[in-house]
Design a protein around this ligand. Sequence first.
Ligand code: FAD
Length: 468
Amino acid sequence: MNSFDVVVIGSGPGGYVAAIRCAQLGFNTAIIEKYNSLGGTCLNVGCIPSKALLDSSHHYHDAVKHFTEHGIEISGEIKIDLEKMIARKTAVVDQTVGGINFLMNKNKITVFEGVGSFEDKTHINITKNDGSVEKIEAKNTIIATGSKPSSLPFINIDKERIITSTEALKLKEVPKHLIVIGGGVIGLELGQVYLRLGAQVSVVEYLDRIIPGMDSALSKELTKVLKKQGMKFYTSHKVKLVERSGDQVTVQAENAKGEIITLEGDYSLVSVGRRPYTDGLNADKAGVKINERGQIEVNEHLQTTTSNIYAIGDVVKGAMLAHKAEEEGVFVAEVLAGQKPHINYNLIPGVVYTWPEVAAVGKTEEQLKEAGIEFKAGSFPFKALGRSRASGDTDGFVKILADAKTDEVLGVHMIGARTADLIAEAVTAMEFKASAEDISRMSHAHPTYSEAIKEAALAATENRALHI
Ligand code: FAD
């Protein structure tokens, strides 16, 4: 029987990064993956393919809507070849997954294909595609089995017309009317892909605003911009029925007054969140406790109820984000090596890759108010930046929240061009406990979108933004 220092179950961004770090630290490491390629949700049906489609649809949208503003005339009709667009996305995924195979080889990590299930706390059975079972020994195990799309009990996801994000990444036609259930990150990103490609898109959200976990100023601005782009919103609407009849889908939802609205479309994307995935793991045989939310229970060292078994990523508590899973992968490897790593969960940035992009880190205004923390707020709109006017991306703003007394930055919230990348400055500043004044005194290249951060910091420090 093969024996390893560390066995990682699941090869998403949590699992494969954990395996690499374990190998770097000198552990004899194996990884088990049941899907037909490495990379997990993120690489195969999540972050990477969704961004590929967002980029392709963005190019089309710009060509149709904005090229003429720049003095670019295209003679003839601009057409979409959806099959080619999806094929490009698949090629991007294949190339990225290929990179993970390379990294596993490079780091001499043994890769097992199959479903990993615990026999006990040190033995794992791997059930391969052909039904054969291989037993291996693991001194330590890291569970990184991720998550799956969740649904509502009365919805029958047929994966053809009533779909999850996985199917939305490979549709064969542009929907005429896509009804998105859930105004969170995934629904809005994929909704915007098809909106740009010509679909009518309606978003039904149970709460009173979209991207509800983020600062409400971001929700408000994103709603405004997406409405301007043609997306329709039904917030404070509770979906009661989702039904398919032939190629049609009917969605009924109830508003706060108890009135029922009926939407008719040809596809409905159910994006109401994701659930931790532990099917087939036989966690109980290893004494690993799963809580009432379906998450694997872990302590502050990400150790499960069994001391040689750890768990990371979407399958444990916390934000369901690839970079959070990666941090946890590195963390556990270093714990196993006797190091004392640290993760600052307050500084895990959240991003929505719509256009304009939305990005945030730290506390929201609502959270600070609820905690009774006194703060100052400074905002700066992108429309006042030369860089934004040059590109035509004038929507959005940067908002900085700083402690009223110490001026320490407590939260940064931004919506606008390239904020997914800009947020890194805020993370760095906050990691080093910068004050708003610190940021405002650093030189920011001109003309760049990053100047909005400096200006918002000036506004937060002394209400002295320069360009507004
Ligand atoms: P996963 O990536 O889910 O990987 C788990 C792996 O474990 C899977 O490959 C699964 O097959 C395997 N597995 C499960 N059980 C077993 C078993 N018993 N034996 C062997 N293998 C097993 N996050 C971001 O940060 N940025 C984004 O832009 C972003 N976009 C997204 C877009 C979409 C459409 C979706 C669906 C998600 C997106 N996410 C994004 C979320 C991100 O994909 C997840 O947070 C991330 O993949 C979690 O990583 P993980 O390693 O915990 O698990």
